[in-house]
Design a protein around this ligand. Structure first.
Ligand code: HSE
Length: 420
C-alpha cells in the first residue's frame, strides 16, 4: 500500500482525496498497488471539508511520518513551500506538486536536490492537460521550435466574457474568483505572472533555459478595453493572453502578454476557462493540447496521475527532461528589446489639424510602418487613433511610445497590444 500525505487541503487537495477514493478501482489496478491518503495538513482545523481523512495543522505529522511515501505539496507560495519540499526530499519522500511559482524560481535546485527521488509536477502547467508529459516524453525526439498557448484559465475566461457578453472587467474578475479559477492573489492571473511561471517550466523542459520571472517579458490584461475588443472584432482578431516561447537560431524568446490573434487560428477559438497550447517540433510539426486549465478536479486529475506514476514505477525520470546539457548548442534567452512583432496601438489625441501628420513622422523616425488606422471620436474634442503596424523591433516600439506619450497633443500613455 502506498501512503500519501497532502500538505494544503483546499480546493485541489480535497479533489485529490476524493479522486483517490472515488476512482480507487481503476487507480489501484493501474498503479498495481492500493493508494491511500493517510493525512492532510490544513491551516484551519475547524473548517468542514467533508473528507474522511485525518487532518492536522502540524506539517511534521507528515514530514516525520516514516510510513508516508509521497508528499503532495498544494500549499502554494514560494519560500515556505520550498522549505517544506526540501524537508520532504531530505526525508526520502517522493514529491508531487502543483506549485508553479515554486518551480518558476527553484526548479533547478529542486532537480538537484531530488536526484533519484521522484519529483513530479504535471498539474503545475495547464491544470488537467498532460502537457509536461507530452513535452518531456512524447516529444523528446524533437528540437522544439515554439510553444504558444493559453496558460491562464482566469484571463481566458475574462477575455471571453468581455468579448462575447461585454461584461465589465471587475465583475468578471470577481466571478472567476468565486468559481475557484483565480489565484489567491488574482493579480498573479491578470498581471500575466501565473502564465509566466508556467511558461518558464515548459521552457526548461523544451530548451533547458534557466530563467526567472524577472528575466522575461511579462504583461497582463489589465489595460484591455472594450474599444480594443471592438477593434479586434472589426479586423478579425480575438484578444488572448498568451505565453510564447520561440527558438531563433541559438536564442529563445520568452514572453507573456495580451495578443491580437486571427480568429481562424485554433488557439483563438479556445474560450472560457479552457487552456490550449500549441507545440511545434522540428520532426513532428505542430501538435495542439486542449483542456481545462483550472478548477479542483481537473488539476487534481494531473496530481493523481503523478501519484499513480510514482506508485507504479517508483523510478524518477530527469525532472526537467535533460540528463545533461546539450553539447555545443546551448540556447540562451533573447533580450526583450530584440523581440519582433506586429503591434496594435491605441493613442488618445486632441482632434485638431496636423496631429496625424506629426504622428506619422514619428512612426517613420522610429522605422515603424503603419498597416491599418482607424479614428474614433472620444470625449472632449479628442479622438482615439487605433493603429496596427507591420513587423517592428520591440526596442523601437517602446522608444516610440515614450516619445508619443510626451507630445502635448497626446493624452495619457498609448496602449499597446502585440499582434500574432
Ligand atoms: N489561476 C490559474 C488559472 C489556476 O486561472 O489558470 C491554474 O493554474
Amino acid at each position: 500500500m502506498i501512503k500519501v500525505g497532502i500538505i494544503g487541503v483546499g480546493t485541489v487537495g480535497t479533489s485529490v482525496a476524493n479522486i483517490l477514493k472515488d476512482n480507487a478501482d481503476v487507480i489501484s489496478a493501474r498503479a498495481g498497488n492500493k493508494i491511500v491518503v493517510k493525512s492532510g495538513v490544513v491551516k484551519n482545523l475547524s473548517k468542514e471539508r467533508g473528507l474522511d481523512i485525518k487532518l492536522t495543522d502540524n506539517i511534521d505529522d507528515i514530514l516525520q511520518d516514516e510510513t508516508i511515501d509521497i508528499v503532495v505539496e498544494l500549499m502554494g507560495g514560494v519560500d515556505e513551500a520550498f522549505e517544506v519540499v526540501k524537508r520532504a526530499l531530505a526525508a526520502g519522500k517522493a514529491v508531487v506538486t502543483a506549485n508553479k511559482a515554486l518551480l518558476a524560481y527553484h526548479r533547478y535546485e529542486l532537480q538537484e536536490l531530488a536526484g533519484d527521488i521522484p519529483f513530479e509536477f504535471e498539474a503545475s502547467v495547464a491544470g488537467g492537460i498532460p502537457i509536461i508529459t507530452a513535452l518531456r516524453d512524447g516529444l523528446s525526439a524533437n528540437h522544439i521550435e515554439s510553444i504558444m498557448g493559453i496558460m491562464n484559465g482566469t484571463c481566458n475566461y475574462m477575455m471571453s466574457k468581455m468579448t462575447d457578453e461585454g461584461v465589465a472587467y471587475d465583475a468578471i474578475l470577481k466571478e472567476s474568483q468565486e468559481l475557484g479559477y483565480a489565484e489567491a492573489d488574482p493579480t498573479f492571473d491578470v498581471g500575466g505572472y501565473d502564465a509566466a511561471h508556467k511558461l518558464l517550466i515548459l521552457a526548461s523542459i523544451a530548451y533547458g533555459i534557466n530563467a526567472k520571472p524577472e528575466d522575461i517579458l511579462i504583461e497582463g490584461i489589465e489595460n484591455v478595453t472594450q474599444e480594443d475588443i471592438a477593434f479586434a472584432k472589426e479586423f478579425g482578431y480575438a484578444i488572448k493572453l498568451l505565453g510564447i516561447a520561440k527558438k531563433d537560431a541559438n536564442e529563445v524568446e520568452l514572453r507573456v502578454h495580451a495578443c491580437l490573434i486571427k480568429k481562424e487560428e485554433m488557439i483563438a477559438k479556445i474560450d472560457g476557462v479552457m487552456n490550449g497550447i500549441s507545440v511545434v517540433g522540428d520532426k513532428v510539426g505542430e501538435t495542439l493540447y486542449y483542456g481545462p486549465g483550472a478548477g479542483g478536479d481537473a488539476t487534481a486529475s494531473a496530481v493523481v496521475a503523478n501519484i499513480i506514476d510514482i506508485a507504479r514505477s517508483g523510478k524518477s525520470t530527469p525532472m526537467l527532461g535533460f540528463n545533461k546539457p546539450m553539447e555545443g548548442n546551448q540556447l540562451t534567452l533573447k533580450s526583450n528589446d530584440d523581440i519582433e512583432s506586429k503591434y496594435y496601438l491605441r493613442i488618445n489625441v486632441n482632434d485638431r489639424a496636423g496631429v496625424l501628420a506629426n504622428l506619422a513622422k514619428i512612426f517613420e523616425n522610429h522605422h515603424i510602418s503603419i498597416e491599418t488606422m482607424l479614428q474614433r471620436p472620444s470625449e472632449k474634442e479628442s479622438a482615439n487613433l487605433l493603429i496596427s503596424t507591420h513587423c517592428a523591433r520591440e526596442k523601437n516600439l517602446k522608444n516610440m511610445i515614450n516619445e508619443i506619450e510626451s507630445l502635448n497633443f497626446v493624452n495619457g500613455r498609448p496602449a499597446m497590444i502585440r499582434i500574432i
